[in-house]
Design a protein around this ligand. Structure first.
Ligand code: TYM
Length: 311
């Protein structure tokens, strides 16, 4: 059975880009894979300095994972910070890669270009992500296109370690679905919290409606491209073509139809989400943390011995 690993930062509320790009295919792949899904809380700390907000977001991501269909009995759902082996292994990788290598990371370069403070955590971020993935002998990492380079960095960290200390880590493969590799936001650019162009995954119907109404449309065209490019992810084939044919130039009607189509997908998941209690969240995290830690420690016993810190 294949081993799947993926993660999300609890840095705000999830949007439909996170769902379509990563979560949906994760749930699909988990039908035939053994898996771990992680809440990357230490990664979120590179940008978020708001303890109350972080706590809330962590609990919300657990609810989101379960609501979209991850079964916590089968799949391990856990917090990165509850398995200290992640930061431990990240340090070892930091000692193997060079500064110029990390400087090539797009995610780091983009954030700095946007004026975010370049803290050291942001810089070494890819090595913590490499540790996340490599600790569990992962085969496949379902993600959106923006994480491709991080998985390449992960393979590089594995190779560097294996060369220096002997065969230890398996090379993982990213799984990116072309059609949803980059889900566009309300302004046509990649949907991203930091661009303020998101449609919330579990917003109320009103919030989703407000976001959809804000999709930027070109008043000269007959078919609103930005609306269509999101709509095609929720409806396909003739049904989509006919809808846009019948409503040529009627932007409001098309946006209303998009709201309804999003609602059809999200409505049932939102209901499931509402039934998850705080006690459920705590129990899932406790159980997931225990199960992940056991596996991670097994790997680290080997790693510590190989690097020479176990005497
Ligand atoms: P994050 O939290 O930024 O995003 C979570 C997932 O959502 C995908 N995604 C998108 N996919 C398509 N279109 C979009 N507009 C879009 N926006 C976001 C991301 O590609 C990602 O799959 N570094 C990771 C978290 C992480 C991780 C890991 C992931 C930490 N350790 C180990 C996999 C394996 C991140 O910041 O994702």
């Amino acid at each position: 059975m294949q081993r799947l690993f993926t993660g999300l930062q609890p840095s705000g509320t999830l949007h439909i880009g996170n769902y379509l790009g990563a979560l949906k295919q994760t749930v699909e792949l988990l039908k035939d894979a053994d898996g771990l899904v992680m809440i990357a809380d230490y990664h979120a700390l590179t940008t978020l300095k708001d303890p109350e907000g972080l706590r809330t977001n962590i609990a919300n991501v657990v609810r989101d994972y379960v609501a979209v269909g991850v079964d916590p009995k089968k799949t391990i759902i856990f917090q990165q910070s509850s398995v200290l082996q992640h930061t431990e292994l990240a340090w070892i990788f930091d000692c193997l890669v060079t500064v110029p290598f990390l400087m090539q990371a797009h995610a780091y370069k983009d954030k700095v270009a946007k004026g975010l403070d370049a803290n050291a955590g942001l810089f070494t971020y890819p090595m913590l992500m490499a540790a996340d993935i490599l600790l569990y002998d992962t085969d496949v990492v379902p993600v959106g296109a923006d994480q491709k380079q991080h998985v390449e960095y992960t393979r590089e960290a594995a190779t560097k370690f294996n060369l220096a200390f002997g065969e230890t880590f398996k090379a993982p493969q990213e799984k990116i679905l072309d059609a949803v590799a980059v889900v566009p936001g309300t302004d046509g650019k990649k949907m991203s919290k930091s661009y303020g162009n998101t449609i919330p995954l579990f917003g109320s119907k009103d919030e989703i409606q407000k976001a959809v109404m804000s999709i930027v449309t070109d008043s000269s065209g007959e078919s609103p491209e930005n609306v269509y490019n999101i709509h095609r992810l929720f409806r396909s084939g003739d049904s989509l073509v006919n809808l846009y044919k019948e409503n040529r130039g009627k932007y409001k009607a098309l946006k209303d139809a998009l709201v309804e189509d999003i609602e059809t997908v999200i409505g049932p998941m939102r209901e499931r989400r509402a039934s998850i209690t705080d006690a459920d969240v705590k129990a899932i995290l406790k159980d997931g943390g225990d199960r992940a830690r056991e596996q991670a420690e097994k790997k680290m016993i080997d790693v510590r011995r190989k690097v020479g810190v176990t005497i």
